[in-house]
Design a protein around this ligand. Structure first.
Ligand code: NAD
Length: 293
């Protein structure tokens, strides 16, 4: 079985490496980034999205947002032009659930099955192969690709029909953004009040306030390290998809709207390419204090 892997950025590259390590035969392609390192590890290099699709039984895409997935799959020299009937496309990008459903419908006409399978965990878990993977789409196709997903993640759970993976990811992104904001506001207060932020972390991380977000982000914040990881701009993209999806369903999401404006403030302050842990810098600016070692 040949697997095609399209989109070799911060996440896709280590995910593809884990599939190679597991012994799968891979054809890889990225429209803008080089991939010689993967070819050196044994992958075959494709020349277009269409070319990858023509050589693959299962195709994985890991791209920034809905327009990129539409371009790679339905655009010029796209997956749809190369894939044969029966191919399974697993889009692991985080995109708008409505866009997922549109792409799936366009592929169905050619007998191509699509699953949406976005991930949570960021670059460290992509490298470790311990991502949390949330899947929407056909149950039989999910069973076929599950062993492959499990080489990239510690869990792969089917949550419903096509689009349900991305709906779950939107929920995940709301929780992560607000969790970083809560941690940031609290640590800025504690630091300004004279407590040692590292000691605050050690004191509370094992209690009810402890979280995966706190464990991942406070060490970065204490070091003043805002290198991505997960860029502020990508989180803006996810929250825009969350706001659009919520409003189309008449679901008010006041906390999401609030944290969206914090991220917009960071972007206008030239921090769009920082890790989303830079949310703390918004609160630091308000209180004129830095949460550092
Ligand atoms: P990235 O920008 O680093 O990588 C995306 C890659 O896609 C780039 O190398 C780009 O050249 C390529 N690309 C864009 N358009 C293309 C096209 N039409 N054809 C072929 N290649 C194309 O992004 P990333 O951080 O790897 O994120 C990918 C997805 O995973 C996003 O949807 C993101 O929201 C999600 N995600 C990221 C993280 C994280 O921590 N970075 C965590 C979880 C989920």
């Amino acid at each position: 079985m040949n697997i095609g892997f399209i989109g070799l950025g911060i996440m896709g590259r280590p995910m593809a490496k884990n599939l190679l390590k597991a012994g799968y035969t891979l054809v890889v392609y990225d429209k803008f980034a080089k991939f010689d390192d993967l070819v050196a590890l044994g992958a075959k290099g494709g020349v277009s999205n269409k070319d990858v699709a023509a050589q693959s039984d299962i195709i994985i895409t890991m791209l920034p947002n809905s327009p990129h997935v539409k371009d790679a799959v339905l655009g010029q020299d796209g997956v749809v032009d190369g894939a044969k009937a029966g191919t399974i496309l697993v889009d692991m990008s985080s995109i708008a659930p409505g866009a997922t459903q549109e792409i799936c419908a366009a592929l169905k006409a050619k007998g191509i099955v699509m699953l949406d399978a976005p991930v949570s965990g960021g670059e460290p878990k992509a490298i470790e192969g311990t991502l949390a993977i949330m899947v929407g789409g056909d149950a039989n196709a999910f069973e076929t690709v599950k062993p492959i997903l499990e080489k990239m993640g510690s869990s792969a759970v089917r949550v419903g029909d096509i689009g349900a993976g991305n709906v779950t990811k939107l929920a995940n992104q709301i929780i992560v953004a607000l969790n970083i904001a809560a941690v940031s506001e609290a640590f800025v207060l504690a630091t300004k009040a004279g407590a040692n932020p590292e000691s605050v972390f050690n004191a509370i991380k094992g209690g009810l306030a402890g979280s995966t977000v706190m464990n991942a982000k406070i060490p970065m914040i204490l070091d003043g390290n805002f290198k991505p990881g997960f860029r502020v701009e990508l989180h803006i993209k996810d929250l825009q998809n969350a706001l659009d999806t919520a409003h189309a369903l008449n679901v008010p999401v006041p906390l999401t709207a609030n944290i969206m404006e914090t991220l917009q403030a960071l972007k206008s302050d030239d921090m769009g390419a920082n890790d989303h842990s830079a949310i703390v810098r918004y609160y630091e600016k308000l209180a004129k204090v830095e949460v550092r070692k």
